[in-house]
Design a protein around this ligand. Structure first.
Ligand SMILES: [Zn+2]
Length: 179
C-alpha cells in the first residue's frame, strides 16, 4: 500500500510538472495571443480563456438549445485583452463580480430566459505555483533518498531500522548484501 502511494505520488508529481510547464508556456504566449478553448453541448457551454497572464473558466447554461454548427470544440486566438476589463464591460449589463481580490475573481452572468453562468478568474502565476508544489516536494524527497542511511525508494530515515524500510517496505541493497 505504501509502495503504491509512493508510485501514485511520483505519477502526480510528473503530471503536475507537465501542467506547470504548460501553464508557464501559455502564460508567456498569452501576452501575444488570447487563447480561447470552448466546448458546447446541447444547452451548456464551457470556456477556458488565457489572456495577458490571466486565466478564466466559465460555464454557461442556455435556455434554448445551442445551434448545431456551434456544438463541440472550438479553438480561437485573438488579440489579448485584460480579462477583468472584459468582464468589467459586462458588469451591470449581464454580469456581476461576486468576489474580486488579488487577481482572483468570481463573476456571474445572467440574462433572463436566455442564459445564466458563472466565471472564475485567476492569475497564471497562481496555477503555475500550485502545479510546482508536488514536483518541488518530489525533488526534496529525491535529495533525501540519495543521502546515506535513507531509503532509496521513499527517502525515509533508516538509521533505526537498517534492514527494512518501515515506511514503504523496501529492503535496502546494503541489508541484502549482508545476508
Ligand atoms: Zn522506503
Amino acid at each position: 500500500m505504501k509502495r503504491f502511494r509512493t508510485r501514485l505520488f511520483n505519477g502526480l508529481a510528473l503530471w503536475s510538472l507537465l501542467l506547470c510547464i504548460a501553464t508557464i508556456f501559455l502564460w508567456i504566449t498569452s501576452y501575444f495571443s488570447q487563447l480561447d478553448i470552448n466546448w458546447a453541448g446541447n444547452s451548456v457551454s464551457w470556456e477556458l480563456v488565457i489572456s495577458r497572464g490571466e486565466m478564466s473558466f466559465s460555464r454557461v447554461k442556455w435556455a434554448s438549445p445551442i445551434p448545431t454548427n456551434n456544438l463541440g470544440w472550438n479553438l480561437s486566438g485573438v488579440a489579448p485583452r485584460s480579462l477583468p476589463d472584459q468582464l468589467q464591460s459586462l458588469t451591470g449589463v449581464i454580469g456581476h463580480f461576486r468576489f474580486r481580490a488579488f487577481g482572483f475573481a468570481f463573476f456571474t452572468l445572467h440574462r433572463l430566459t436566455v442564459f445564466n453562468g458563472r466565471q472564475f478568474l485567476w492569475p497564471c502565476w497562481a496555477l503555475a505555483l500550485l502545479a510546482a508544489l508536488t514536483p518541488v516536494v518530489w525533488m526534496i524527497r529525491k535529495r533525501q533518498r540519495s543521502k546515506p542511511g535513507h531509503c532509496m525508494v521513499c527517502g525515509y530515515d533508516l538509521r533505526a531500522t537498517p534492514d527494512r524500510c518501515p515506511e514503504c517496505g523496501s529492503v535496502p541493497a546494503t541489508a541484502n548484501n549482508s545476508k
